[in-house]
Every structure is written in structure tokens, then in C-alpha cells.
Design a protein around this ligand. Structure first.
Ligand code: 5GP
Ligand code: ZN
Length: 118
């Protein structure tokens, strides 16, 4: 979709810190990370949110998140992990292109509020 930053990133038109990619998804590091390794699963096609994304594509995003979770455990030795997915400004969504946050957690990482800080 024209003017959508995550469409441009997901399709490689804007460079990003990519940690995983397949035909349908790109996983990038968040540029305002909540913790070390905070990643975003972006579908390459544009869907605004969970209401718009087809069921199979949403299931695909979870599959990718599971792969990335395994990588995080192995490479970052995280102690736990949050999956977060915001829908609508009222819920804290700031980029209107569906994305799944994969947030590695570490003992005493000090992170308490993960979304909708206002
Ligand atoms: P939301 O609040 O919509 O659930 O999450 C948007 C996330 O995207 C935020 O955590 C924010 O830091 C991240 N973000 C916004 N713009 C960019 C960008 O241009 N590049 C990257 N890597 N992350 C972004
Ligand atoms: Zn988009």
C-alpha cells in the first residue's frame, strides 16, 4: 500500500535489520526495542490489523514467531518471551500494517509495561 512504511520495509524497498525472511514474511528488529532482540513479524502483503488479515496468514505469522522464538532462545539466551499484537490506536497500534511483536525477556530486564504506555 502506498505510503505504508512497513510495506516498504517488508518488501525490501527500505533497508532493515532483517533476522528472518520467507516468501510471505520478513522479521526485523524493532528500532525502538523494549528489550534486546525485540523483533517484528511483518507480512509482505498489506493488512491493517487482525481484523483484515486472512486466518491462514495470521496462522503463518504465529509459525514464523515460533521459529524466531527458537532463534532467540538459542542465540540470545532469553529467559522468556512475550508475543504482543496491537489493533487500533486505542490499543496502542502506531503503524497500521499488521505486525506481531516478539519480545525476548530476561531476568530482571526491568520491562514492566509492554504496550499502550499512555
Ligand atoms: P505498534 O505500536 O504499532 O504495535 O508497534 C509499532 C512498532 O514499530 C514500535 O515498537 C516501533 O518502535 C516500531 N517501528 C516504527 N517504525 C519503525 C521503523 O521504521 N523501523 C523499525 N525497525 N521499527 C519501527
Ligand atoms: Zn503496509
Amino acid at each position: 500500500m502506498d505510503g505504508c512504511i512497513f510495506c516498504k520495509i517488508a518488501n525490501g524497498e527500505i533497508p532493515s535489520n532483517t533476522i528472518y525472511e520467507d516468501n510471505d514474511f520478513r522479521v526485523i528488529l524493532d528500532n525502538g526495542p523494549a528489550t534486546k532482540g525485540h523483533a517484528l513479524v511483518l507480512p509482505k502483503e498489506h493488512y491493517a490489523d487482525l481484523f483484515e488479515i486472512p486466518e491462514e496468514k495470521a496462522a503463518g505469522a504465529i509459525k514464523v514467531a515460533k521459529k524466531v522464538a527458537g532463534l532467540m532462545k538459542e542465540k540470545l539466551a532469553c529467559d522468556g518471551l512475550n508475543l504482543v499484537q496491537n489493533n487500533g490506536p486505542v490499543a496502542g497500534q502506531t503503524v497500521m500494517h499488521f505486525h506481531l511483536h516478539v519480545i525476548p525477556r530476561y531476568e530482571n530486564d526491568g520491562q514492566k509495561i509492554l504496550w499502550n504506555p499512555t
